[in-house]
Design a protein around this ligand. Structure first.
Ligand SMILES: Nc1ncnc2c1ncn2[C@@H]1O[C@H](COP(=O)(O)OP(=O)(O)OP(=O)(O)O)[C@@H](O)[C@H]1O
Ligand SMILES: [Mg+2]
Length: 148
Protein backbone atom coordinates (compact mmCIF):
# COMPACT_ATOMS: atom_id res chain seq x y z
CA UNK A 1 0.00 0.00 0.00
CA UNK A 2 1.06 3.56 -0.62
CA UNK A 3 -0.43 6.72 0.78
CA UNK A 4 0.47 10.35 0.42
CA UNK A 5 -0.17 13.53 2.28
CA UNK A 6 0.72 17.18 1.67
CA UNK A 7 2.65 18.75 4.54
CA UNK A 8 1.88 22.45 4.20
CA UNK A 9 3.29 23.50 7.54
CA UNK A 10 5.54 22.15 10.26
CA UNK A 11 2.33 21.49 12.17
CA UNK A 12 1.23 19.04 9.46
CA UNK A 13 4.51 17.16 9.82
CA UNK A 14 4.10 17.20 13.60
CA UNK A 15 0.58 15.81 13.22
CA UNK A 16 1.85 13.06 10.94
CA UNK A 17 4.45 12.09 13.57
CA UNK A 18 1.78 12.17 16.26
CA UNK A 19 -0.42 9.76 14.32
CA UNK A 20 2.41 7.40 13.46
CA UNK A 21 4.02 7.21 16.92
CA UNK A 22 1.34 5.09 18.68
CA UNK A 23 1.35 2.54 15.87
CA UNK A 24 5.08 1.86 16.20
CA UNK A 25 6.61 -0.86 18.32
CA UNK A 26 9.99 -2.31 19.18
CA UNK A 27 11.59 -3.91 16.11
CA UNK A 28 10.08 -1.44 13.66
CA UNK A 29 12.43 0.23 11.18
CA UNK A 30 11.64 3.53 9.47
CA UNK A 31 13.61 4.41 6.35
CA UNK A 32 13.34 8.16 5.67
CA UNK A 33 14.11 9.24 2.10
CA UNK A 34 14.36 12.80 0.77
CA UNK A 35 16.75 15.55 -0.23
CA UNK A 36 18.69 17.81 2.15
CA UNK A 37 16.21 19.88 4.11
CA UNK A 38 13.22 17.79 3.11
CA UNK A 39 12.22 17.40 6.77
CA UNK A 40 13.52 13.97 7.82
CA UNK A 41 15.18 15.19 11.01
CA UNK A 42 12.30 17.53 11.85
CA UNK A 43 9.89 14.60 11.54
CA UNK A 44 12.15 12.39 13.69
CA UNK A 45 12.37 15.05 16.40
CA UNK A 46 8.59 15.16 16.64
CA UNK A 47 8.26 11.39 16.43
CA UNK A 48 10.70 10.99 19.34
CA UNK A 49 8.72 13.51 21.35
CA UNK A 50 5.53 11.51 20.83
CA UNK A 51 7.44 8.36 21.77
CA UNK A 52 8.20 9.92 25.13
CA UNK A 53 11.77 11.14 24.57
CA UNK A 54 12.42 14.11 26.86
CA UNK A 55 15.88 15.10 25.70
CA UNK A 56 16.80 17.19 22.71
CA UNK A 57 16.95 15.19 19.46
CA UNK A 58 19.65 16.47 17.12
CA UNK A 59 20.70 15.46 13.64
CA UNK A 60 23.01 12.44 13.63
CA UNK A 61 24.71 13.52 10.36
CA UNK A 62 28.15 13.60 11.98
CA UNK A 63 27.83 11.03 14.75
CA UNK A 64 25.98 8.55 12.47
CA UNK A 65 23.79 7.31 15.30
CA UNK A 66 22.06 8.65 18.40
CA UNK A 67 20.17 6.61 20.94
CA UNK A 68 17.24 7.79 23.04
CA UNK A 69 14.98 6.29 25.63
CA UNK A 70 11.26 6.80 25.29
CA UNK A 71 8.50 4.20 25.46
CA UNK A 72 11.31 1.97 24.19
CA UNK A 73 14.82 2.56 22.87
CA UNK A 74 14.87 4.71 19.74
CA UNK A 75 17.92 4.77 17.49
CA UNK A 76 18.27 7.60 14.99
CA UNK A 77 20.79 7.11 12.19
CA UNK A 78 21.92 9.24 9.27
CA UNK A 79 23.92 7.31 6.66
CA UNK A 80 24.57 10.31 4.38
CA UNK A 81 28.31 10.33 5.04
CA UNK A 82 28.86 6.64 4.42
CA UNK A 83 30.42 5.65 1.10
CA UNK A 84 30.02 1.90 1.03
CA UNK A 85 27.67 -0.81 2.19
CA UNK A 86 30.56 -2.36 4.16
CA UNK A 87 30.53 0.67 6.43
CA UNK A 88 26.89 -0.02 7.18
CA UNK A 89 27.86 -3.55 8.14
CA UNK A 90 30.56 -2.15 10.43
CA UNK A 91 27.88 -0.18 12.21
CA UNK A 92 26.32 -3.50 13.09
CA UNK A 93 22.99 -2.49 11.64
CA UNK A 94 21.60 -6.03 11.54
CA UNK A 95 22.02 -6.42 15.29
CA UNK A 96 20.35 -3.14 16.09
CA UNK A 97 16.83 -3.67 14.88
CA UNK A 98 15.37 -6.05 17.40
CA UNK A 99 15.42 -4.15 20.68
CA UNK A 100 14.48 -0.68 19.45
CA UNK A 101 12.60 1.48 17.01
CA UNK A 102 15.17 2.40 14.36
CA UNK A 103 14.85 5.56 12.27
CA UNK A 104 17.29 5.84 9.34
CA UNK A 105 17.86 9.00 7.28
CA UNK A 106 19.59 8.51 3.91
CA UNK A 107 18.94 4.74 3.98
CA UNK A 108 19.75 4.17 0.30
CA UNK A 109 23.22 2.80 1.01
CA UNK A 110 21.69 0.21 3.35
CA UNK A 111 19.38 -1.03 0.63
CA UNK A 112 19.26 -4.80 1.04
CA UNK A 113 20.10 -4.53 4.74
CA UNK A 114 16.69 -3.31 5.77
CA UNK A 115 14.22 -5.81 7.17
CA UNK A 116 11.14 -6.76 5.21
CA UNK A 117 8.90 -4.99 7.68
CA UNK A 118 10.64 -1.64 7.03
CA UNK A 119 8.28 1.32 6.77
CA UNK A 120 9.55 3.42 3.87
CA UNK A 121 8.73 7.13 4.18
CA UNK A 122 9.50 9.47 1.27
CA UNK A 123 9.73 13.22 1.93
CA UNK A 124 9.55 15.51 -1.09
CA UNK A 125 10.04 19.27 -1.25
CA UNK A 126 9.34 20.48 -4.78
CA UNK A 127 8.30 24.02 -5.79
CA UNK A 128 7.72 24.92 -2.14
CA UNK A 129 5.30 22.03 -1.75
CA UNK A 130 6.13 19.35 0.81
CA UNK A 131 4.71 15.91 0.44
CA UNK A 132 5.17 12.65 2.31
CA UNK A 133 4.49 9.18 0.97
CA UNK A 134 4.47 6.11 3.17
CA UNK A 135 4.95 2.60 1.92
CA UNK A 136 4.71 -0.45 4.13
CA UNK A 137 3.74 -4.05 3.81
CA UNK A 138 2.61 -3.90 7.43
CA UNK A 139 -0.26 -1.52 7.21
CA UNK A 140 -3.47 -3.05 5.99
CA UNK A 141 -5.89 -0.98 3.95
CA UNK A 142 -7.87 -0.30 7.08
CA UNK A 143 -6.95 1.65 10.22
CA UNK A 144 -4.56 2.08 11.94
CA UNK A 145 -3.32 3.96 8.93
CA UNK A 146 -1.62 7.27 9.61
CA UNK A 147 -2.36 8.67 6.18
CA UNK A 148 -5.95 7.65 5.70
N1 LIG B 1 6.14 21.23 6.63
C1 LIG B 1 7.38 21.09 7.10
N2 LIG B 1 7.81 19.88 7.55
C2 LIG B 1 9.06 19.71 8.00
N3 LIG B 1 10.01 20.68 8.08
C3 LIG B 1 9.64 21.90 7.66
C4 LIG B 1 8.33 22.16 7.17
N4 LIG B 1 8.28 23.45 6.80
C5 LIG B 1 9.48 23.97 7.08
N5 LIG B 1 10.31 23.06 7.60
C6 LIG B 1 11.71 23.30 7.99
O1 LIG B 1 12.52 22.65 7.05
C7 LIG B 1 13.70 22.17 7.67
C8 LIG B 1 13.87 20.67 7.42
O2 LIG B 1 15.16 20.32 7.86
P1 LIG B 1 15.58 18.86 8.33
O3 LIG B 1 16.84 19.01 9.09
O4 LIG B 1 14.43 18.19 8.99
O5 LIG B 1 15.86 18.17 6.92
P2 LIG B 1 16.50 16.74 6.61
O6 LIG B 1 15.60 16.10 5.63
O7 LIG B 1 16.77 16.02 7.88
O8 LIG B 1 17.86 17.14 5.89
P3 LIG B 1 19.28 16.38 5.88
O9 LIG B 1 19.27 15.47 4.69
O10 LIG B 1 20.26 17.51 5.71
O11 LIG B 1 19.46 15.64 7.17
C9 LIG B 1 13.58 22.50 9.15
O12 LIG B 1 14.33 23.67 9.40
C10 LIG B 1 12.11 22.77 9.35
O13 LIG B 1 11.88 23.70 10.36
MG1 LIG C 1 18.50 15.22 8.72
Amino acid sequence: MLKERILKTENDTTQFAKELAPILKKGDVLALYGELGAGKTFFTQKLCKFLGVKENVSSPSYVLMNEYMGTCTIRHLDLYRLDAAEEVLELGLYDLYEDAITVIEWPEIADGMLPENTIHIYFEFIDQIRKVTIKSVLFPNSPPDPLS
